[in-house]
Design a protein around this ligand. Sequence first.
Ligand SMILES: Cc1cc2nc3c(=O)[nH]c(=O)nc-3n(C[C@H](O)[C@H](O)[C@H](O)COP(=O)(O)O)c2cc1C
Length: 146
Amino acid sequence: MANEINILWASMSGTAEDVAKNFETKASDMGFQTNLLELNDVSMNDLEKMQNVAIITSTTGVGDLPTNGDDFWLDLEKSDKNFSKVNYSVCALGDRSHEIFCGAGNKVNKKLIELGANQIIEIQECDGSDEGSDEWGNKFLNKIKS
Ligand SMILES: Cc1cc2nc3c(=O)[nH]c(=O)nc-3n(C[C@H](O)[C@H](O)[C@H](O)COP(=O)(O)O)c2cc1C
């Protein structure tokens, strides 16, 4: 459904979760139907059927996905599905003091590109907190509205 946005998130200590919830509010205020899900609750079969997907994830460990996103990553990493009908963008949270900056969001993004998904706006990397996520959200929503 063109009017539906799937907002998929993973977070360790709540920052990415807040970004996802704020994005959901913004999207529903603009008239979109929203579907807010933890990444681990999304199968590859589900993802294949989604038209508009906003992925918001922080990074933990050494470039790893949060625990509520790591099963999703294990599935995505070994997937060979064709996601060419999926319009998406990633908002990646991290901290430049770590060696693999925004590693989780970047590896999800890279794999989705490999599987043919349509990146509608560039990945947003947020350093230290959520800075840049609001602008990313506005850009994403305006893009799919048009
Ligand atoms: C144990 C731990 C490991 C982290 N590892 C990374 C990392 O490898 N790369 C990175 O860019 N940020 C890393 N970060 C920073 C977090 O991704 C960042 O603080 C983020 O805003 C946290 O969001 P969250 O509250 O949604 O989990 C790490 C933070 C912690 C506490």
